[in-house]
Design a protein around this ligand. Structure first.
Ligand code: NAD
Length: 329
């Protein structure tokens, strides 16, 4: 289904900016609603001036509306990096709860398709591997990561209830770790951190012994999956992720090799409740959305490294301290 006008909350963030770009490329007008709390404003710099693109600086924790009529709401607003949600715990919980409610209300008012960006973090430190959508997860409800994990779990429950009670055409995607151009170099996530460190010739800081695994999805694949979900009437939840699993130590050495860096690896303390394994079962996405990832890790990482080389790996550093101070309240 072709949408005329999409609202992308969190559209100035990493994944959101790629979604806005892809929607505009397919002829869908886009209103990006973002409070810039974890965004580098330059992320959507290339879209400013595009006739189909409107930027609204607003906090989705407060009710909001847009004009003209929207037929798609992609709810992506939320701090996503552990470094961000640990410094913005209440903001994160409120964005996942009040923000999701407000985005659902917008979709209901406009009769729009709604897609919630949920996360593999709803599986916590999983006891089932790989993770199917039917797995309920293993989340510490009061640990430091709970502000993110439980906000997303609540957002999922709210989305299901909204669809059931009001018949809103709503769906849920559970995104696994996504990487690519436009991630902030200092957002604390493994891929930008390792690339920044490798390009600077600094040691790559691997948490614990580095045997913990993640499944990394290149952002173009994630965007295709989200847009397939948007075009369907599937409720889900649906896993969108690359089943190729890689240990953090392998990721670090791959980045060193691909950058040609002389960096070494330095092991640092592993964060509390850091998941040991992470890998999606994507049978549902394959069957119902005809989706599977196409970009292999070596290729996606090479493209991402090329982008950081072009941009300068310190991108995002300068705005970080003041944003943190302004938004920490
Ligand atoms: P990001 O931090 O780059 O982008 C999030 C955006 O949301 C930012 O632009 C931020 O300013 C905005 N935002 C935060 N709170 C807001 C609020 N209250 N009102 C308005 N805007 C607000 O993160 P990302 O990696 O692009 O993640 C985007 C979405 O995808 C998030 O919902 C995240 O949970 C989900 N997700 C991402 C990944 C990943 O690996 N990138 C994995 C799973 C899920």
């Amino acid at each position: 289904m072709h949408h005329q006008h999409a609202v992308v909350t969190g559209g100035a963030g990493f994944v959101g900016s790629h979604l806005c770009t892809a929607l505009l490329a397919q002829g869908t007008a886009v209103t990006c609603v973002d409070d810039l709390s974890t965004a580098d404003p330059r992320t959507v710099g290339h879209l400013r001036g595009h006739p189909g693109f409107t930027m609204v600086e607003a906090d989705v924790r407060e009710p909001f509306d847009v004009a003209p009529q929207a037929d798609l709401v992609l709810h992506f607003a939320s701090p996503a990096s552990p470094a961000d949600y640990l410094r913005l715990p209440l903001h994160t919980l409120e964005t996942g709860s009040l923000g999701t409610r407000n985005a659902l209300l917008l979709a209901r008012r406009h009769g729009a398709r709604f897609v919630l960006a949920s996360t593999s973090e709803v599986y916590g430190d999983p006891r089932e591997h790989p993770q199917r959508e039917s797995y309920w997860g293993h989340v510490n409800p009061v640990g430091p990561r709970s502000v993110y994990d439980e906000a997303k779990r609540f957002g999922e429950a709210l989305t299901m209830a909204e669809a059931q009670v009001h018949g809103t055409d709503a769906g849920i995607v559970r995104l696994f770790n996504t990487y690519g151009a436009r991630m902030r170099g200092y957002d604390g996530r493994a891929v930008p951190t390792f690339i920044r460190q490798a390009l600077a010739g600094e040691p790559l800081t691997v948490a614990g012994d580095g045997t913990q695994t993640r499944s990394l999805t290149y952002v173009d694949d994630t965007v295709r999956g989200v847009l397939a979900m948007a075009a369907s009437d599937l409720r889900g939840p649906v896993n969108i992720g690359n089943p190729h699993e890689i240990s953090m130590l392998d990721l670090a050495t791959t980045v060193i090799r691909l950058t040609g860096s002389r960096s070494t690896v330095r092991h640092i303390e592993r964060p509390t409740d850091d998941p040991t394994v992470r890998c999606p079962d994507i049978a549902l996405a394959r069957d119902r959305l005809g989706w599977e990832p196409r970009v292999r890790a070596a290729e996606g990482l090479a493209r991402t490294i090329a982008w950081y080389r072009e941009q300068g790996s310190a991108r995002g550093r300068e705005h970080e301290p003041d944003r943190a101070a302004r938004k920490a309240a």
